[in-house]
Design a protein around this ligand. Structure first.
Ligand code: MG
Length: 368
């Protein structure tokens, strides 16, 4: 299992409709794909999805590619791919921060190990505790009528959970969107709101109180990621549960959030947490602190989605479902058989490694 070659591929895949969030309106997702080949010819794949440059965090697809090519690939070649934990620690020592870059490489190592053993990655994480994960669809459509039509079409297909992206517009506009959606979809559909750090403390309080009549499951990341105190304070002042996303990237963040209290749900993402090991650590700390977990996304292809799904299947604290809808929003994919959905859920993958087969001809279509 000696690593013989590590290659980085930059690609862009358009979304089916513009995706409007507090920090950017997305027309395409930028990807870094990592292809690791052992000296025996076994190939593993990883992926980092970035939303419109360094907007969600400091990393962009370009910075991820350079970090991997210049500071990770050269010493990884010749190393033993079975030593994921040891390689992970060395990556963290050689590269400060840059979790998306480290995650893409770690994903490929997991894929390689699963393939070498002929088992899905979730088996290496303790086996799956569920065979499907309830799926949330993100509503981020500029036109409120088009948004309502999209939600209705999704309900007809079996979707029962929606996350409404807010804070790109004045508060009154967002409250009206939520009111219309609740009225049109009825009480049995789950509604959640994600402000993507878009409010300050007073606006967040005003927003959540105005949204309270619409029975939201949770409000995600109402304030900037650095304002842990504000998030805890807001969580204690409202009845809607508060979920941390941008604020919760590392196990250290998780411990700080748990100590401050207030926040009751965490969003897990492999890329922001430097891979599967970091994400599983966060899930365990969450469980010990009595917090629930949800698996978020950065609009991954079926490859990245499959990696996130391994955690969603194996991590018991993931009791709030997932938003692994990337392949449904993208205009294209990079695998032979995309991940599968049924009745508002994403289905388990049981193939070896991450469970999907990258199609290098398909990938070429999107490569820069
Ligand atoms: Mg979020």
């Amino acid at each position: 299992m000696t690593i013989g070659d590590l290659r980085v591929i930059l690609a862009d895949i358009p979304v089916r409709r513009p995706h409007e969030m507090s920090f950017t309106t997305l027309k395409a997702v930028n990807y870094v794909f990592v292809r690791v080949e052992t000296r025996d010819g076994l190939v593993g794949w990883g992926e980092a999805a970035c939303l419109g440059g360094p907007t969600w965090s400091e990393e962009s697809a370009e910075s991820v590619a350079v970090t991997i090519e210049r500071y990770l690939a050269p010493w990884l070649v010749g190393r033993d791919a079975t030593q994921i934990e040891a390689l992970n620690r060395e990556m963290a020592r050689r590269v400060q921060g840059n979790p998306f870059a480290r995650a893409a490489v770690e994903m490929a190592l997991w894929d390689l190990n699963g393939r070498a053993l002929g088992v899905p990655v979730h088996r290496l994480l303790g086996g799956r505790v569920r065979d499907r994960v309830p799926l949330s669809w993100s509503l981020a459509v500029a036109d409120p009528d088009a948004e309502l039509a999209e939600a209705r079409a999704k309900v007809a297909l079996g979707h029962r959970i929606f996350k409404i992206k807010t804070a790109a517009h004045p508060l009154a506009h967002d409250v009206e969107r939520v009111r219309r959606l609740r009225e049109a979809l009825g009480p049995d559909v789950s509604l959640r709101v994600d402000a993507n750090q878009g409010w300050d403390r007073p606006t967040a309080l005003r927003a959540i109180r105005a949204l309270e009549p619409y029975a939201l499951d949770f409000v995600e990341q109402p304030v900037p990621r650095w304002d842990l105190g504000g998030m805890a304070e807001i969580a204690r002042s409202v009845t809607v549960p508060i979920m941390a996303d941008e604020s919760c990237c590392s196990p250290h963040d998780t411990l700080a959030i748990a100590r401050l209290g207030g926040v009751s749900i965490l969003s897990l993402k492999l890329t922001k947490s430097a891979g599967i090991l970091g994400t599983m650590a966060i899930a365990r700390i969450a469980e010990a602190a009595g917090l629930g977990c949800y698996v978020g996304c950065m609009i991954e292809t079926s490859l990245g989605t499959a990696a996130y799904l391994q955690v969603a299947l194996a991590a018991a604290p993931v009791t709030w479902g997932c938003e692994l809808f990337g392949p449904l929003l993208l205009l294209g994919d990079v695998v032979r058989r995309p991940v599968a959905y049924e009745a508002g859920a994403i289905l388990a993958l049981d193939g070896p490694g991450l469970g999907v087969e990258v199609d290098e001809t398909l990938l070429k279509e999107w490569t820069r």
